[in-house]
Write a protein that binds this ligand. Structure first.
Ligand code: NDP
Length: 485
């Protein structure tokens, strides 16, 4: 039985659903039809206060439990998410418009992976013993306290879990604010965590836009802020967090290079470029949207790419045959349409796509521009939609320099059969999450995050533990204290 699209209430605070209809109404729009499918209310100051107070109150007792006990609850939640994967995926498809053929495999399942992984690690979090003659220092790995998570709209379940799982594993409490565009999925994550045994107050979800996010970030009781969003928002949130010297994780935007050398397996390279540009209708932060193709294979690449794109099944996200859905919102669609117009005005060659589909909902065709030059807006700015820019190159040093000539540094990919070249090039690309003969894999075991303006900190993997805990070092003297007077 799929979940009701209308949530029980707008917020999940202190272990239960709560409502406060005095908060501004936020309609939830199904991107495939443009219809309103649910209504939630923005968090009022009273809801924000309840979330922060209950998180603060619950955190100490949670941190005092053993890591194994904490981890058991997270792993139970992971199992429950997997059991309910289909229902959660249907909800995710309504929240985002992404096709079920994606959400069944990468959203709730990736959230479950994070809960399972960090649940497993929780019992293994320790400090170290540092011998100093007869004295010694020991370190304690302690939680940060109260963490705020703020999410983007492209992966609402995954982001809620990628932030919540390591935070809870380390003994923190979390207040999570989803994007106002996709408010539904994080509520289910909170519900399931509590059903799995999470004590009340440790994972709260409150709705709202930037103002609610800003109120959370600015609160003196908050110790850490983890944002997934754009660079402009990241700048604001980072600055606000700096006022309170808070810890931050910033998972921000990108304009990542995908370099395809002349010796690449062309079908694999085309497949990588498709995954890195058109999955989730191009609404993926790590996408390789600047596709540098060696001049000698460019036309062959474009021909095969166009043939494969012609096979995209665009349509109803709930039909499992569909593999390309709508944009998340009318606004995002308009932003992307603006870039398509700009690309044409700048003189790029429109190889395929470019149009809005003549049907309800926010559908754009998968779009490819060739003959793109480095200075064009479509090669410099994050579009966050299904628009690939293909640029030609001649040699390795040139393409490395051009690939790095951006303020962003989230991801990078290389396709070549020459593995020495692959490692040499990847070693010089300025990006946090890189791929050789692949694109956009994000296993929980691997660190994920950006260099340069694309972010600070890492999610997933053991690296995330560093960003949700702090070390206390304790010097222990065994002998007498020798003071100068
Ligand atoms: P935004 O930057 O617009 O928003 C991100 C979140 O921040 C939203 O919840 C938003 O609220 C909130 N917010 C906005 N202003 C403030 C503020 N002043 N204080 C606190 N919170 C605020 O990003 P989008 O939601 O449009 O998502 C797309 C962006 O996210 C792209 O740039 C993409 O690259 C990036 N992204 C990065 C990822 C990564 O891991 N590196 C992964 C996924 C996306 P609201 O929108 O509800 O008003």
């Amino acid at each position: 039985m799929p979940y009701d699209l209308q949530p029980v209430a707008s917020h999940f605070v202190n272990g239960r659903y709560v409502e406060d209809i005095s908060g501004a109404s936020m309609p939830v729009i199904y991107p495939a039809t443009g219809e309103i499918i649910a209504q939630v209310h923005e968090a009022t100051p009273a809801i924000i206060e309840d979330a922060l107070t209950s998180a603060r109150a619950a955190q100490k007792a949670w941190a005092a439990m053993s890591g194994t006990e904490r981890g058991r609850i997270l792993r139970r939640a992971a199992d429950m998410i997997r059991e309910r994967n289909r229902d959660l995926s249907i909800l995710e498809s309504h929240d985002t418009g992404k096709p079920l053929s994606e959400t069944l495999y990468v959203d709730a399942t990736s959230g479950a992976d994070a809960l399972e992984y960090f649940g497993g690690l929780a019992g293994a979090l320790t400090g170290e013993h540092i011998p100093l003659g007869e004295d010694w220092v020991y370190t304690r790995r302690e939680p940060l306290g109260l963490c705020v998570g703020i999410g983007a709209w492209n992966y609402p379940t995954q982001i809620a879990c990628w932030k919540g799982a390591p935070a809870l594993a380390c003994g923190n409490a979390m207040v999570f604010k989803p994007s106002e565009t996709t408010p539904l999925c994080a509520l289910k994550v909170a519900e399931i965590l509590h059903e799995a045994g999470l004590p009340a107050g440790l994972y709260n979800v409150i709705q709202g836009g930037g103002a609610v996010g800003g109120a959370l970030v600015g609160d003196a009781r908050v110790d850490k802020v983890s944002l997934t969003g754009s660079v402009p928002t990241g700048r604001k949130v980072y600055a606000a967090a700096a006022e309170g010297i808070k810890h931050v994780t910033m998972e921000l935007g990108g304009k990542s290079p995908l370099v395809i050398f002349e010796d690449a397996d062309l079908d694999n390279a085309v497949g990588g470029a498709i995954l890195g540009n058109f999955y989730s209708s191009g609404q993926v932060c790590s996408n390789g949207t600047r596709v540098f193709v060696h001049r000698t294979i460019k036309e062959a690449f474009l021909e095969r790419l166009s043939a494969r794109l012609a096979q995209a099944v665009i349509g109803d996200p709930l039909d499992e045959a569909t593999n390309f859905g709508p944009m998340v919102s009318e606004r995002q669609m308009q932003i992307v349409q603006g870039y398509i117009e700009t690309g044409q005005a700048e003189g790029a060659r429109l190889v395929t796509g470019g149009a809005r589909l003549d049907r309800p909902g926010f559908y754009l065709e998968p779009t490819v521009f060739a003959d793109v030059s480095d200075g064009m807006a479509i090669a410099r700015e994050e579009i966050f939609g299904p628009v690939m820019a293909v640029l030609d190159f001649e040699d390795e040093d040139e393409v490395i320099a051009r690939a790095n000539a951006t303020e962003f540094g989230l991801s990078a990919g290389v396709f070549t059969r020459d593995l020495a070249r692959a490692h040499r090039v990847i070693g010089q690309l300025e990006a946090g999450s890189c791929f050789i003969n692949s694109y956009n894999d994000a296993p929980v075991e691997a660190p994920f995050g950006g260099a340069k303006m694309s972010g600070v900190g890492r999610e997933n993997s053991k690296a995330a533990i560093e960003h949700y805990s702090q070390l206390k070092s304790v010097y222990v003297r065994m002998g007498n204290v020798e003071a100068p007077f």
